[in-house]
Design a protein around this ligand. Structure first.
Ligand code: CO
Length: 466
């Protein structure tokens, strides 16, 4: 990228976020392989294709080894960078892991072919990304630190800009603004990018979802304010809860100083391939693909809203929906305004429901007690001390980096999974998904040992069924 160039770079999310958002992360490696050559040659800056929920889903629902997927994709993609999403100390799992696990995971992810590690923490507690970030730098990969965008009285332009400065100081090669709920509008996006640009000189990448219909507008004004990279999805897997369409963004910027350099003709075979995949997986698509007006009304993520509706229906209390929605800001304030992203969105939603149905602060789910004990990290603002006292009683909350409290886990896992391990990566799988791995690793082992003995010398089929 020549200095001073305003050329916008595109990260294609078709292989990760788009199918995670639209078809419950069910895309198979064999669905991806035939289109990779086209994707590699289209002129994308990066392909987001690993991490997030794909790791768990591959094993749990598709009987596929995520490590093998990474290697197969890497073998075919030579020009575009491969990008993954890492949830800080949570890696791609559902709890905080020990530092030795975090370091080993990053080593293996980069070692097997990841170029860019996008790393975020749900609470924006940068201590939760510190160890992963340090290891990404040690491996020589591109470190992208990512802020969870949210609206609250303590999430100001200044607070985001200061966070960006801290990220640059931690060695970030770029910064992503992650708007998981699609809440950012064009005016706010421009202001935010400008505020961050004043504090840092590394590239800014925009990541949003189309849920509210704002994302394309937000990208455009973000680009005009100086954002260099945007996340889009090839059109058959765009819009709705996914990203803005790649083709439209490329067309919108063409013949301007922001021209992406991508040719529409080169996107055509990719679009055609994903059209077939959309048809193949049409039963998994969400019923409504348009704008969700309730997300604009309540400014909470779509998943959180539908979870609350489902919870209340199950409890025969759907008439309390309005009360629960009004309780959300109360709970969020008491919890120090966590961004509403997994897992904090579920925690806030559940506590709001419990408050309405059982009386305010009369009972607390286990996760909320852990939260008030400091095990998720430091919230953006101090928690309400009285509510905290009700939640944890006389227990003493921790104030250190939560990862410090977890003893090393690698050695025991290596020992425990030894009977079925075919490669060092298996120990990581074992730690992150103990239940799934107990079923999956023996199968992987059986397949590998059969293949070695020459009994079953068959490679996985490459083309998806027509
Ligand atoms: Co996303």
């Amino acid at each position: 990228m020549p200095a001073g160039s305003k050329k916008v770079r595109i990260t294609e999310t078709g292989l990760r976020d788009a199918h995670q958002s639209l078809i419950a992360t069910r895309m198979r490696t064999s669905d991806m392989l035939p289109v990779l050559e086209y994707m590699d040659n289209a002129g994308y800056w990066a392909l987001e294709m690993w991490g997030g929920a794909t790791f768990d889903s591959a094993m749990r629902f598709l009987d596929e080894d995520p490590w093998e997927r990474l290697r197969l994709i890497r073998a075919k993609v030579k020009k575009a960078k491969l990008q993954m999403l890492l949830r800080g100390q949570n890696l791609v799992g559902y709890r905080h892991y020990a530092d030795d696990v975090v370091r080993e995971f990053v080593k293996k992810a980069v070692g097997n072919g990841i170029d860019i590690v996008r790393c975020f923490d749900a609470l924006n507690d940068l201590r939760n990304v510190e160890v992963a970030a340090d290891q990404v730098k040690k491996e020589g990969a591109h470190l992208q630190l990512c802020m969870s965008y949210t609206l609250s009285p303590v999430h100001t332009l200044d607070s985001f800009a200061n966070m960006a400065k801290q990220m640059q100081d931690m060695g970030a090669d770029s910064i992503a603004i992650k708007d998981m709920a699609g809440l950012i509008g064009p005016m706010d996006c421009a202001k935010l990018v400008k505020a961050i640009k004043e504090k840092v000189d590394i590239p800014i990448e925009l990541h949003s979802h189309y849920t509210t219909g704002l994302a394309s507008m937000a990208y455009l004004s973000g680009i005009e304010a100086g954002a260099e990279i945007v996340d889009t999805a090839i059109s058959p897997f765009a819009l709705g809860t996914s990203q803005p369409p790649t083709e439209s963004m490329v067309a919108a910027l063409a013949n301007s100083e922001y021209d992406t350099g991508i040719k529409m003709d080169d996107l055509l075979p990719i679009c055609n391939h994903f059209k077939k995949l959309r048809e193949k997986y049409k039963d998994l698509l969400p019923e409504i693909a348009g704008v969700d007006i309730n997300i604009l009304r309540y400014q909470i993520p779509g998943g959180m809203y539908s979870n609350m509706v489902n919870q209340l229906k199950e409890m025969n209390a759907i008439d309390k929906l309005e009360d629960v929605l009004n309780e959300v800001p109360v709970v969020r304030k008491a919890m120090g305004y966590p961004p509403l992203v997994t897992p904090s969105s579920q925690m806030v939603g559940t506590q709001a429901t419990v408050n309405v149905l059982r009386g305010r602060w009369k009972s607390f789910p286990k996760e909320i007690r852990q939260y008030f004990l400091g095990y998720y990290g430091q919230p953006p603002a101090p928690v309400d001390p009285e509510v905290q006292k009700l939640a944890i009683g006389n227990e003493e909350p921790i104030t250190c980096r939560p990862g410090e409290k977890i003893a090393p886990e690698m050695e025991k896992a290596r020992e425990d999974c030894k009977p079925w391990a075919t490669e060092p990566e298996d120990a990581l799988t074992w730690i992150m998904f103990p239940q799934v791995a107990k079923d999956f690793l023996p199968k992987k082992y059986a397949k590998a040992t059969k293949r070695d003995s020459g009994i079953q010398a068959q490679a996985a089929p490459e083309a998806y069924p027509a």
